[in-house]
Design a protein around this ligand. Structure first.
Ligand SMILES: [Zn+2]
Length: 142
């Protein structure tokens, strides 16, 4: 994708603080960190979201996510891993990326706010609906 900012980083058309790379995966500092040391792990090939990313590519990326979490764990008290898909979920760059965010006791960051079910019935209906869709997705993506 010619206009993709992360592809441009991969191709060194724009700079980034690269902290790890191999043939398939690149890791660099997020330019707008949630906390100091916030990393982004991306496949070098362009895929927009996790939804259409091939499983072999995801394997390479997620194994690197784990290794970079082990790295970040050495410089912090805890690690958040985040991955957003589509604008409604907060995805701002349409190139698959995992956030690795160092966390420290009393770092002032807040966890996600909750949104509770309005009733036990609503909660059970949601579980049933999701179980049905799990079957659909398994059939669509064997
Ligand atoms: Zn891209």
């Amino acid at each position: 994708m010619n206009d993709c900012i992360f592809c441009k980083i991969v191709n060194k058309e724009i700079p980034a603080e690269r902290v790890y790379e191999d043939e398939k995966v690149l890791v660099f500092l997020d330019i707008n960190p949630i906390n100091q040391g916030h990393l982004l792990v991306i496949p070098k090939d362009h895929y927009e979201t996790i939804l259409e990313t091939p499983e072999n590519v995801l394997q390479d990326v997620i194994l690197r996510v784990k290794k970079m979490a082990q790295v970040v764990d050495k410089i912090s008290d805890g690690v958040n891993i985040g991955q957003n898909n589509k604008l409604a979920a907060g995805q701002l760059v349409n190139h698959l990326h995992f956030h690795i965010i160092p966390r420290n006791e009393n770092d002032g960051l807040v966890s996600w706010p909750g949104k509770e079910y309005e009733s036990e019935d609503e909660r059970l209906k949601m579980a049933e609906e999701i179980k049905k869709i799990v079957k659909e997705v398994e059939e669509e993506n064997p």
